[in-house]
Design a protein around this ligand. Structure first.
Ligand code: HSE
Length: 330
């Protein structure tokens, strides 16, 4: 806390008269990896996303009052639930954990274990909510390490490629992890994600355990060429360059086996005119990166028809990149 504005914010935070009574926050789903950038690239979408309703109460402590939309799969224990655990961490950091009581209702609007950053959206919504309730003592950059800890709690690894875009909005690059160095990248106007979630469960923890620790230099050269090409394509709004750069030779071949009909879905998406196609995060959701909503819609419709014909239930989402990230609903 160095500059005068931050000192005033800190004072406000420590003064309960300035705390809000309640706040409702939405935070978006994300497409981590952006196909070629394992653990370093990701973008936020407009929908789906999760909602947190946070209320200040008399009794000191952080409690989860209810969770909707999780089929009873998420813990209510405040030390195990990533939302409450991160809120506690933040209050502890501010030195006010024994001075405030909050109760949390978590409303999940997206499937767990889907590859859409479900736990990240909840964590980011919770941290954004407590920060707003306290009068925004921390900047988004300052909130980020708490979000990463939430991810570590959720899946055993503190990658930031879901939480960074969920919190910052837009497309983010994790230039480095030690220290965390997050760069926002430009968003070409017509970039649209057509997402299909085949309804099988692939926990991130399991999908990470499959990955090879070592890669060949040839594959690494291929992959970093693609990442650099994608970044250049985003700066130039060059959709062809974006499309031909979004290929993953490192992770996709291993993870594709967890996703039913993956290569057939890829063929269908590319035939329908997608710029590129790949796994969203750790899967099983897949993403057809497209130029314009019409092209994205066509790709997801055809993919869904194929899945249905093969007896696989699925959900679809078509969304532009969400520039804003979390927002206060009320
Ligand atoms: N980068 C992560 C992975 C995103 O692919 O495992 C999923 O949370």
């Amino acid at each position: 806390m160095s500059n005068p504005e931050q000192l005033i914010k800190k004072e406000n935070t420590l003064n309960p008269d300035n705390w809000l009574k309640e706040v409702r926050v939405f935070a978006p789903a994300t497409v981590a990896n952006m196909i070629c950038g394992f653990d370093i690239l990701g973008f936020a979408v407009e929908k789906p996303g999760d909602e947190v309703f946070m209320q200040q109460v008399e009794e000191v402590g952080v409690r989860i009052r209810s969770i909707k939309g999780d089929d009873g799969r998420l813990p209510l224990d405040p030390d195990k639930n990533t939302v409450s655990a991160c809120v506690k961490m933040l209050l502890n950091h501010l030195g006010i954990e024994n001075e405030i009581g909050v109760e949390i209702d978590l409303i999940k609007h997206m499937p767990i274990g889907s590859g859409l950053g479900s736990s990240s959206a909840s964590t980011v919504a919770g941290l954004f909510a407590i920060n707003a309730l306290l009068g925004n003592p921390l900047t988004k950059n300052e909130l980020m390490p708490f979000c990463v800890e939430g991810e570590r709690l959720a899946c055993g690894h503190g990658h930031a490629d879901n939480v960074a875009p969920a919190l910052m909005g837009g497309i983010t690059l994790i230039r480095g992890y030690e220290p965390l160095d997050i760069i926002s990248l430009p968003v070409p106007e017509d970039l649209v994600a057509g997402i299909v979630f085949p309804q099988v469960d692939v926990p991130t923890r399991d999908a990470r355990q499959l990955i090879k620790e070592k890669v060949s230099l040839k594959d690494a050269v291929n992959q970093w060429g693609n990442i650099a090409g994608l970044v250049a394509g985003l700066y130039r709004s060059d959709y062809d360059l974006i499309g031909r750069s979004m290929h993953d030779v490192l992770i996709e071949p291993t993870r594709a086996i967890l996703i039913p009909e993956f290569y057939e879905m890829k063929r269908i998406a590319m035939e329908a005119g997608a710029l590129s196609f790949g796994i969203s995060g750790s899967g099983p959701s897949v993403v057809a990166i497209s130029k314009g909503a019409e092209a994205a819609q066509l790709a997801v419709n055809r993919i869904q028809e194929h899945l249905t014909a093969n007896g696989i239930e699925s959900l679809q989402f078509v969304s532009a990149v969400n520039a804003e990230g979390p927002k206060i609903l009320s």
